[in-house]
Ligand binder design. Structure first.
Ligand code: SAM
Length: 213
């Protein structure tokens, strides 16, 4: 059941998206809604609010292109995949791991949903996945050393990580959440400190990295 504050918040989020109001005007309403308390500073609250706008942010043909690239890199046979920062859409069958309950609620393409922080120890056993996908998320994470150690811990032998990063960076509301602004070469160099870089290439405004243990 949506209460009167949630109702007001959803309208204000639409207004925010169209530049009709400022973030400061939203804070009061957010403080009345459990899942939005602490917006925009709290990352969980931020991404819960962003969930209502995110679905339309990435066009269907771009999603399809990313899906095909991931399938080309991993092959089409089934892998036990964990999609970190899955948001409201996962490109291949996955365990979705995300801090935002609202994002996960919208994600109906997954095998299992796990709510949690990618920047803390993950609630998964060692070597429990064959592949990891990270699409449009690594630039929002500060502690990449911990994140890459967790990826290496949960991947089994010959495991692979596919990272997809937008070449154009982040604009608008999401800018405040961005923690990494790196060039293609800088990402590649960073990855090579933790993984073997099997493939790295640019395509249609996106950067793709296929990384092996
Ligand atoms: C820009 S969205 C990308 C969503 C999805 N991968 C896609 O391609 O549409 C970033 C996602 O990462 C999640 N996220 C950001 N920081 C996180 C963290 N520290 N722990 C868990 N999830 C996080 C957000 O909740 C959001 O769903």
């Amino acid at each position: 059941m949506i209460n009167e504050f949630e109702d007001k918040l959803l309208i204000q989020l639409l207004e925010l998206q169209h530049g009709a109001i400022e973030i400061s005007e939203l804070k009061e309403t957010c403080s009345q809604v459990d899942w939005a308390k602490g917006f925009p500073e709290s990352k969980e609250a931020f991404w819960n609010c962003a969930a209502f706008m995110w679905q339309r942010k990435i066009k269907k043909d771009k999603r399809e292109m990313i899906k095909l690239e991931i399938q080309n890199l991993l092959g089409t046979s089934k892998h036990k995949n964990i999609d970190i920062g899955s948001g409201s859409y996962s490109y291949i069958p996955s365990v979705a791991f995300d801090c935002s309950k609202k994002m996960l609620d919208f994600n109906d393409s997954v095998l299992e949903k796990v709510q949690g922080d990618i920047e803390a120890k993950w609630p998964f056993e060692n070597e429990s996945f064959e592949t990891v996908t990270a699409v449009f998320v690594l630039n929002y994470l500060k502690n990449l050393d911990l994140v890459f150690s967790e990826i290496k811990r949960v991947l089994n032998q010959n495991g692979k990580l596919i990272a997809v990063i937008s070449a154009t960076g982040v604009t608008g509301l999401h800018k405040a959440q961005e923690k990494q602004q790196r060039s293609f070469e800088s990402w590649k160099e960073l990855f090579s400190n933790y993984f073997a870089v099997e493939k790295s290439y640019k395509k249609d405004g996106l950067w793709f990295f296929c990384l092996e243990l």
